[in-house]
Design a protein. Structure first.
Length: 348
């Protein structure tokens, strides 16, 4: 038992989980760019091992392009628009890079986990949690392919619900990585373990809904795009000159409209944000005497996120602004998890 206790390294594990979480944040941002550039369907097969290398010869590029030319996105959209092999290479890069990052995240998590396990460095009670995160990462890869498959046969885009599931799972993984790392830091310092308070749960739940609807906005193309192509709503706070947009399709019921109508999804995403802000202000105020840094991080993150969201709309969804908006959304989640954890630790 003494030997076992001496080999445990909770702080080392915490640093490792923070590093993996940083990679997940980068992958989330690249995934958003992949969506905005309509690159997600450029690779029509799922090859977890051999797909790590891009085409290395002209013949291989022609083969990949020929496969892409068989799907509806090319035959109905990019083909008539005159896409060439050079244009295909541009969208191929983002999807390949996104998948490559997924492989790197898997290696960055799986290999150190095996080492820590072999060296008996994992504190008691944490192995199951760490293995669960590994399983969640594997599930994320499968969900990503399940999402891509929805756009290969009958549609020019992937299912917006599958896309939101894919992003949602990545954000859940990110939150659990941060929470586990903070728990391990507490173990290293001999501090109390954190429980999830009611306020922390409400804040995380409200933010999760907001992030999910942000994914639906992207999946439904419910944001404006300069030059047309997406929903015309390039003003704020009004949409089409009104507070509530015209054109919401209620014919298939309220539930379908809420999750499937681009006007209503965009409207909900805009205004649910302010409820999230109100809840986060309450959370941050409670944190101020406990962990001022977490309180400041939450305030800064939601303030920047609101401004970036409005700027993204006004710009017609400029990719660099939309990418920053998605990055800040992930960082807001990290700050909120930090705050909820610290509050739970103080209550404990």
């Amino acid at each position: 038992m003494t030997s076992r206790a001496a080999s445990v390294r909770p702080l080392a594990l915490a640093c490792w989980l923070f590093a993996v979480a940083a990679l997940v944040v980068i992958m989330i941002v690249v995934g958003g760019i992949t969506r905005l550039t309509e690159s997600g369907l450029s690779i029509t097969e799922w090859r977890p091992v051999t797909g790590a290398l891009p085409p290395l010869s002209e013949e291989q590029w022609q083969s990949e392009f020929a496969a892409y030319q068989q799907i509806p996105q090319f035959t109905e959209v990019n083909g008539p628009a005159g896409m060439t092999l050079a244009g295909f290479k541009e969208i191929f890069f983002w999807e390949w890079f996104h998948r490559l990052l997924g492989r790197l995240v898997g290696l960055a998590y799986g290999l150190p986990l095996a080492w820590f396990w072999f060296k008996r460095m994992i504190p008691a009670g944490y192995l199951a949690r760490l293995l669960g995160l590994l399983a969640l990462g594997a599930l994320q890869g499968a969900v990503g392919w399940w999402m891509v498959k929805s756009g290969l046969t009958h549609d020019v885009k992937v299912s917006h619900l599958r896309l939101a599931t894919h992003l949602g799972l990545a954000l859940i993984t990110l939150a659990l990585l941060i929470w586990a790392a903070l728990d391990l830091k507490a173990v290293a310092r001999g501090q109390a373990q954190a429980g999830l308070t009611r306020l922390g749960a409400i804040a995380l739940g409200a933010l999760a809904i907001q992030l999910f609807f942000g994914a639906l906005v992207a999946g439904l193309r419910a944001g404006p795009v300069a030059g047309g192509g997406w929903l015309s709503a390039d003003a704020w706070p009004l949409m089409q000159g009104c507070l509530f947009p015209a054109g919401v399709d209620w014919t298939q019921g309220a539930a379908h409209a809420l999750f499937g109508d681009p006007y209503l999804v965009h409207f909900f995403h805009r205004w649910w944000a302010w409820l999230v802000v109100a809840i986060l202000i309450v959370l941050a105020r409670q944190l101020r005497p406990i962990e001022r840094r977490a309180s400041l991080a939450i305030h800064a993150a939601f303030g920047i996120q609101i401004l970036l969201g409005i700027a993204t709309v006004w710009s017609g969804t400029a990719i660099w602004l939309a990418g920053l908006h998605q990055l800040t959304g992930a960082l807001l989640l990290v700050a909120t998890v930090w705050g909820a954890h610290r509050l739970g630790q103080a209550k404990a």
